[in-house]
Write a protein that binds this ligand. Structure first.
Ligand SMILES: *Cc1c(COP(=O)(O)O)cnc(C)c1O
Length: 357
């Protein structure tokens, strides 16, 4: 029963097989290999347009490079207060770009159009202020919620109107996409996203994410990313292994199958916990994460039975929603590798323990 994160499991079998196949023989280094070229074309197909894509090994590198592409050192990158770029990347976006991250509060991990407009209004064009340069949205969010395509478009319209670029942190892009049931293009550039951190690692790759640049006006500047990535130490000399992962990830909808599996297990967890007395679901499950407040006795029984998951910060909760002294706030993440038996056992323990008076 491991629900710690979707990176606590290994890679999917087809992706590992693709790595083994790509291992044979000699190929050009630094991304000039057939696998990388195939992956770049596959990304063009998936997104229904010409893109400029740069693969890296971590989501932190993808986000930091993307933000550096969009923001000058005197710029500001606007993001949610709970965003991974703000809290979980050790300052990499600031380090790579020199820009300042400006956090925006918002319910359930989401930025509202009103909060965005207010933040923009608080940053006038004055030489004493950093200048807003990019809006960074997480899809899915750090609360496991998702923006609809219309919500992304509304935020992008405000951002573009103020001269900002729009970046999407898509570490869980696949999970959000299969839930919305729209096309990758609809959830990105058609909604106004200019640069996407397209995640594969959490959804089945070994270590592969891509910075995908959409905006046609930017494709030339995107060439700079080749230099930025190398300078950041993220240009893999055996680049074929990025290409092999991304190609296998996208082939025959493998990435969508993996995401559907993860979301279905999270959905089963949510449904099961809804029936557990004393368990309080916090945000609606919209991707592959469930946030729930459990009675402390249930938490103890689950941990005693070997279940693993992270306790979560209640900072984002309204005071009246926060866990009481006899409760614990936890995050449960399902992955493509989560087994139905794990979910069933977890829910069973939660229900049985909760019903003991
Ligand atoms: C996991 C994650 C990332 C990427 O993290 P790395 O550990 O650097 O690969 C980025 N954004 C979000 C929202 C994440 O959950």
């Amino acid at each position: 029963m491991d629900f710690t994160s979707d990176n606590s499991v290994g890679a999917s079998a087809p992706i590992l097989q693709a790595l083994v196949a790509a291992n044979a023989g000699a190929a050009p280094a630094y991304g000039a290999d057939p696998w990388t070229i195939a992956a770049e074309r596959a990304l063009d197909d998936v997104f229904e347009r010409q893109t400029a894509a740069f693969m890296v090994a971590t989501g932190t590198a993808a986000n930091a490079l993307a933000i550096a592409l969009c923001a000058p050192p005197w710029g500001a990158a606007l993001c949610h207060a709970g965003a991974h770029v703000q809290n979980d990347e050790c300052g990499a976006p600031e380090f790579y770009s020199g820009a300042k991250l400006i956090p925006i509060e918002g319910e359930a991990g989401k930025i509202s159009p009103r909060a965005l407009a207010e933040t923009l209004a608080s940053l006038p064009k004055a030489v004493k202020q950093v200048q807003p340069a990019v809006l960074s949205l997480s899809q899915a969010t750090e609360c496991g919620t998702i923006y609809t395509c219309a919500e992304i478009a509304a935020l992008a319209e405000i951002a573009h109107g103020a001269g900002l670029a729009v970046h999407m942190d898509g570490a869980r892009f696949s999970n959000a996409l299969v839930e919305l049931g729209c096309t990758p293009a609809d959830m990105s550039w058609r909604a106004g996203v200019d640069v996407l951190s397209f995640g594969a690692t959490k959804n089945g790759a070994l270590a592969c994410e891509a910075v995908v640049v959409f905006d046609a006006g930017w494709l030339e500047e995107a060439d700079d990313l080749a230099y930025r990535r190398k300078r950041a130490g993220h240009t893999l000399s055996k680049g074929r292994f990025f290409g092999a992962q991304m190609t296998a990830f996208l082939e025959n909808g493998h990435w969508l199958d993996l995401a559907r599996r993860a979301n279905a297990q999270a959905s089963a967890l949510e449904a099961g916990l809804r029936e557990a007395p004393g368990a309080r679901l916090v945000w609606p499950r919209q991707a592959n994460e469930v946030f729930v407040i459990l009675p402390a006795a249930v938490d103890a029984a689950l941990r005693a039975a070997g279940a693993r998951y992270h306790g979560w910060t209640a900072r984002a909760l309204a005071p009246q929603d926060r866990p009481r002294a006899d409760e614990v706030f936890v995050r449960l993440v399902a992955s493509f590798a989560t087994q139905t038996a794990e979910v069933d056992r977890f829910v069973d323990i939660a229900r049985k323990t909760a019903s003991i008076p």
